[in-house]
Design a protein around this ligand. Structure first.
Ligand code: GSH
Length: 221
């Protein structure tokens, strides 16, 4: 049996969480090796990180970095990247949109005071006026269960991740988006996703103030 992928990251969401989501949605078991200190990160940098950055995933004999490369490899391998070039491009286009949205949320827990307030305004504005209307329109227009090709893809997995992430910060984010509400319910009931959403899975929570501080310490020069 092929070895399980090994995910190298800190014990938190960050840029690894979408990779965890995708593997889980594809029904792939994985292992995690966490670094907890700057020294442990430096050791990994010295031996295994092409650009001295994480996420890094050991998979099929490769040490892959750059989260998009990792996501696309896993998606392609598990038939989550469409059936032709046009579907693939569309899936990646939607996926990049959710990544832009999630990038805004990524730094939110690390900010304080006025900076955090400004970030919240930006997240609220872009969620309600840019990203959610776009996905709502796609789903409403074609009336299918998934964003592309009527089959689950990377784009769907990232969208459900992004929806749940936004709702943690803006609980009413889905009001006024009925197609997205129905999408959320459908996706949450897919068995592999249901399992990942259940307690005890490898899904990570948003960092609290203390873990945000610890993560900052690992990466600060
Ligand atoms: N383009 C890279 C990707 O998509 O994987 C960005 C990776 C990245 O910024 N990783 C952060 C990091 O390693 C942790 S989430 N920062 C330390 C550094 O850039 O030296």
């Amino acid at each position: 049996m092929a070895n399980k992928p090994i995910l190298h990251y800190f014990n938190g969401r960050g840029r690894m969480e979408s990779i965890r989501w995708l593997l889980a949605a594809a029904g792939v078991e994985f292992e995690e090796q966490f670094f907890e200190t700057k020294e442990q990160l430096e050791k990994l940098r010295a031996t295994a990180l092409l650009f001295q950055q994480v996420p890094m995933v050991e998979i099929d004999g490769m040490k892959l970095v750059q989260c998009r490369a990792i996501l696309h490899y896993i998606a392609e391998k598990h038939n989550l990247l469409g059936k032709d070039l046009k579907e693939r491009a569309t899936i990646i286009m939607y996926s990049e949109g959710t990544m832009d949205l999630m990038e805004l949320l990524l730094m939110y827990p690390f900010l304080k005071g006025e900076q955090q307030k400004q970030k919240l305004d930006e997240i609220t504005n872009k969620t309600k006026n840019r990203y959610f209307p776009a996905y709502e329109k796609v789903l409403k227009t074609h009336g299918q269960n998934f964003l592309v090709g009527n089959q689950m893809s990377l784009a769907d997995v990232q969208l459900i991740e992004a929806i749940l992430m936004v709702e943690e910060t803006i609980p009413d984010a889905l009001s006024g988006f009925p197609s997205l509400q129905a999408f959320k319910t459908r996706m949450s009931n897919i068995p592999t996703i249901k399992k990942f959403l259940a307690p005890g899975s490898k899904r990570k929570s948003a960092p609290d103030a203390k873990s945000a501080e610890n993560i900052m310490k690992i990466f600060q020069g």
